[in-house]
Design a binder for this molecule. Structure first.
Ligand SMILES: CCCCCCCCCC(=O)SCCNC(=O)CCNC(=O)[C@H](O)C(C)(C)COP(=O)(O)OP(=O)(O)OC[C@H]1O[C@@H](n2cnc3c(N)ncnc32)[C@H](O)[C@@H]1OP(=O)(O)O
Length: 219
């Protein structure tokens, strides 16, 4: 299990009249092959690049060189762009964070209607200050995995209505951390989600959030 639980309920068939324009797709098309067998390495190289950029102090000459090479890479990727429903980033459940480059890399260790457990590791580029994680990145991890707990509970898509993160102690970088989220209470479309982030026994942060299950076709 890596970026998401391998649960067939995760990929419900879209009804015939599934509204796609303007609304979330009823069908969340999970894949393990889009982007090819090395897509995970591709994402990891970009993350490593961002780690270096966060700490590098390039000479003007090196900056010129890297800019030119990046322009070439960007031009190559421009020839391969697809819409969000067909990009591997976010749908590759065999990869950390479903291959989503924008998320802190996590691996799901357990997941279902009762909640989600994951190992998450904040990278060097997630630096906030003085060697520890930026609080916004901690909130991103909680939002995604809180949203996953809500989605697995309702077998559908839910959006965040509010998200409160209590930062209880510092969150280290480059350290495997345990993140858990679960639906504590459901009231119709309202899913009250809790979560915790631990380094070993030490609580780094906890979550109190409300997710709203979307109606069919709702954006
Ligand atoms: C697939 C794998 C997993 C991926 C997970 C990814 C998770 C990522 C999640 C996100 O980041 S979503 C992006 C951030 N969120 C948004 O952009 C949401 C913006 N807001 C909205 O779209 C709407 O406000 C929302 C869908 C949340 C609710 O609108 P609705 O029209 O569907 O519902 P409505 O406003 O009628 O509220 C439904 C109930 O929730 C309550 N409610 C809504 N917002 C609330 C709030 N902020 N605080 C307290 N209660 C709230 C509202 O009072 C009401 O309660 P009652 O049913 O008891 O009357």
């Amino acid at each position: 299990m890596t970026g998401a639980p391998r649960d067939t309920k995760w990929n419900p068939p879209a009804p015939e009249d599934s509204p796609q324009g303007g609304g979330f797709r009823a069908e969340f098309d999970v894949t393990t092959d889009r982007g090819g067998p090395r897509y995970g390495e591709f994402v990891e190289q970009v993350r490593t690049f961002m780690d270096k950029v966060r700490y590098a102090c390039p000479t003007p000459e090196l900056a010129d060189e890297v800019i030119e090479e990046l322009k070439q890479f960007n031009a190559k990727l421009d020839t391969m762009l697809v819409d969000e429903w067909h990009t591997p980033s976010g749908t590759r459940i065999d990869l950390p964070s479903r291959g989503n480059i924008t998320l802190p890399p996590y691996e799901i260790t357990d997941g279902g209607e009762d909640g989600v457990s994951a190992t998450v590791e904040f990278r060097r580029f997630h630096l906030g200050g003085n060697g520890v994680a930026h609080g916004g990145h901690v909130a991103v991890a909680f939002d995604d995995l809180g949203g996953m707990a809500a989605a697995l509970n309702v077998h559908g898509v839910a959006r965040t209505a509010y998200l409160t993160v209590n930062y209880r102690s510092l969150t280290p970088l480059e350290t495997p951390l345990t993140l858990k989220t679960w639906v504590e209470r459901r009231d119709g479309r309202k899913l009250f989600v809790k979560g915790t982030l631990h380094e070993g026994d030490r609580l780094c942060a906890d979550l109190d959030a409300l997710f709203i299950a979307l109606r069919p076709g709702q954006a």
